[in-house]
Design a protein around this ligand. Structure first.
Ligand SMILES: [Zn+2]
Length: 428
């Protein structure tokens, strides 16, 4: 698929996008019935022509992560000779899942990321330093690389490397765009400042942030987002995606929500009962992965909490946007009768430069409160400051224990992703 942003659906009218989405979901279901063993079984007897409106889409069954984990082979809709790449989920929420991708899936992924970076204002004139993992079978780094090169940006696959190596390429190539994880970029930026970095002389104009939120639910930058803007003197943008979706929701230059690419994904937000929620109400992100060949999914419940915005963006796009990811639905924390989004706590902790690493352990629950303990790699003299900051920034109050890096690494075990929450509660 050659990158042609003018062919994107996003600038079509909302009505046009809706009618195209209905047709696209109908074709997707037809494809599932023909190719996917799982959906041939679960949709048996369903006629894709029954999908004539958005309400009809609501009648289709959801797909859950547990179903994927238990029946992965049945979800593969192509034979193995058509798969040209296998990617793996990060394993932060369970056992790793192996996703097959066809050549067309890789092209679709590149188109998706090219659209995302294009929306954030990245062009062929940019030089982009990609500071995330490009190996270990993860999709993210590969997706950014393919998207940026499809867009024509000069792309530096630095990956996750030492401070010295990152700085070396920064000095040699003078990138205009950085792509990375906010907490990593904050530490990198602070070390840069210690070595004399001056943002007024920097070429960096944009930072595309992945994996952690940089905004609160009112779309304002959180502490880490503000720190990144201050350190680098650059605009920060958030992008969200995951392996199962092969799609990204990336902020445009208006920075008011991540745009869906409606030709690639049909987006819904649902409550616990599975009812579709209106704009602004927080619920679980549900995605139908249009056009995927290897492991196409129908109404996939991502487990991630956010909200939807349907009104036209000031950038002119009419594609649905999603707000910041507020946490995983299964990791909502209950403290004295109120619900706390994990992202709020993680964001508050990521602001503190006195913490090297941390782990939130949710140890159990009763009817009113979960029992939460925070383990930090920090000097003992900073514990009071950490507690005070959590009370002020996240309105939470729980024990803070000084730990060491080896203990935290032990908690993570083989998890491929650097997890910061361990949930020992019985599954609710
Ligand atoms: Zn926009």
């Amino acid at each position: 698929m050659v990158f042609r942003p003018d062919l994107s659906w996003e600038f079509k009218s909302a009505d046009e996008i809706e009618s195209r989405s209905i047709r696209a979901v109908r074709n997707h279901v037809k494809h599932l019935l023909e190719s996917s063993p799982w959906y041939k079984n679960t949709l048996h007897g369903f006629d894709s022509n029954e999908i004539a409106s958005l309400d009809d889409i609501k009648k289709l069954p959801f797909t859950t992560k547990d179903q994927l984990a238990d029946h992965m082979e049945q979800f593969r809709a192509v034979s193995s000779e058509l798969a040209v790449e296998t990617v793996v989920t990060s394993g932060s929420t369970g056992r790793p899942l192996l996703f097959w991708m066809t050549a067309n899936d890789l092209e679709r992924l590149a188109y998706n990321e090219a659209l995302s970076f294009h929306g954030a204002g990245v062009t062929a004139y940019d030089r982009a330093q990609v500071m995330v993992s490009l190996d270990r079978m993860f999709i993210a780094g590969m997706a950014y690389y393919r998207g940026l090169t499809t867009l024509g940006a000069n792309t530096m696959r630095v990956g996750v490397q030492s401070f010295e190596m990152q700085k070396n390429y920064l000095d040699l190539m003078r990138p205009t765009v950085l792509v990375g994880v906010p907490s990593f970029l904050r530490k990198f930026g602070q070390k840069l400042c210690d070595s004399g970095f001056d943002s007024s002389e920097s070429t960096i104009k944009k930072i595309v942030c992945i994996g952690e939120t940089i905004r609160d639910s009112s779309m304002q930058l959180n502490g880490v987002g503000r720190i990144l803007e201050d350190i680098f003197g650059a605009d920060v943008y958030s992008t969200y995606g995951n392996t199962e979706l092969s799609v990204a929701y990336c902020e445009c230059t208006a920075k008011s929500g991540g745009h869906a690419h409606p030709e690639l994904v049909y987006t819904e937000i649902v409550n616990d009962a599975g009812n579709v929620l209106p704009d602004g109400e927080v619920g679980e992100l549900v995605c139908t992965t249009l056009g995927v060949e290897g492991v196409p999914l129908l109404r996939y419940r991502t487990g991630d909490l956010t909200f939807k915005i349907s009104e036209q963006c000031t950038c002119g796009r009419n594609s649905v946007r999603i707000g910041p990811i507020l946490g995983r639905k299964s990791q909502l924390i209950k403290l004295r009768g109120t619900t706390v989004y994990p992202a709020t706590i993680l964001s508050a902790l990521n602001e503190l430069d006195c913490i090297t690493d941390y782990m939130i352990i949710i140890e159990g629950d009763d009817s009113l409160s979960d029992h939460v303990v925070l383990h930090v790699v920090a000097h003992a003299t900073h514990v009071a400051r950490i507690s005070e900051h959590l009370r002020a920034a996240a309105r939470v109050n729980f024990p803070v224990l000084v730990s060491n890096q080896a203990t935290l690494n032990g908690y993570r075990g083989d998890a491929a992703k650097k997890i910061h929450i361990i949930d020992k509660r019985s599954r609710r």
